[in-house]
Write a new protein. Sequence first.
Length: 244
Amino acid sequence: MSGHSKWANIKRKKGKNDAIRGKITTKISREITIAVRMGGADPTGNMRLKLALQKAKENNIPKDNIKRAIQKGAGATEGQNYEEITYEGYGPAGVAVTVNVLTDNRNRAAAAVRHEFSKHGGNLGETGCVSWMFKNEGIFIVSKENATEDQLMEVALDAGADDVKTGDEEFEIITSPEAFDNVEKALADSGIETEHAQITMVPDNTIALGAEDAKKLENLIDALDEIDDVQDVYHNGELPDEEE
């Protein structure tokens, strides 16, 4: 998740999630429902809902599922009451790991997360033990087919973006959460299509991992992702290229 590898990590996770379509649909629908309950059904002015809808689009979630999730959040249908919990701990090689959960059963979620940490060579810590190592950051991915570097530098930086990084096939635009809306609007107004857009947690520092520890970390992340209550997993492990 450092430098060029942040997007590689996102792509790796998305690729694996493609094999468990049902779980992804459920998790994104749950996020849409919570976003609507917290900020209303209009994505204008509701950043959380906007990002959830973006995630639904990227994962080809059926429109009917999205509609049902919005209705549930707006109170049009009965549904569980979810609470948000963040679990923090350490994975293999001392990698910091945070796990965002939406659950209707706190005890079940805690037991499942703790089990996977223990099973995969990690340990669950107390609240705040690793969150200080991360900051919220906006990220946009633009294919090189959709824009030139000069064009992106002009549009994104003028709109308040912090940086534009160049990869092999795409550009990565970095923003603060506060500038995310302005950058998104500037890109849309300029006709620049994004492949991916999100506000995510980015570590201040990373831990370089060898192949063995990288594999152990991947196994932990995949196991946590398999838990129904888990929405997102973030870490500060720097995976070697062959693991990405």
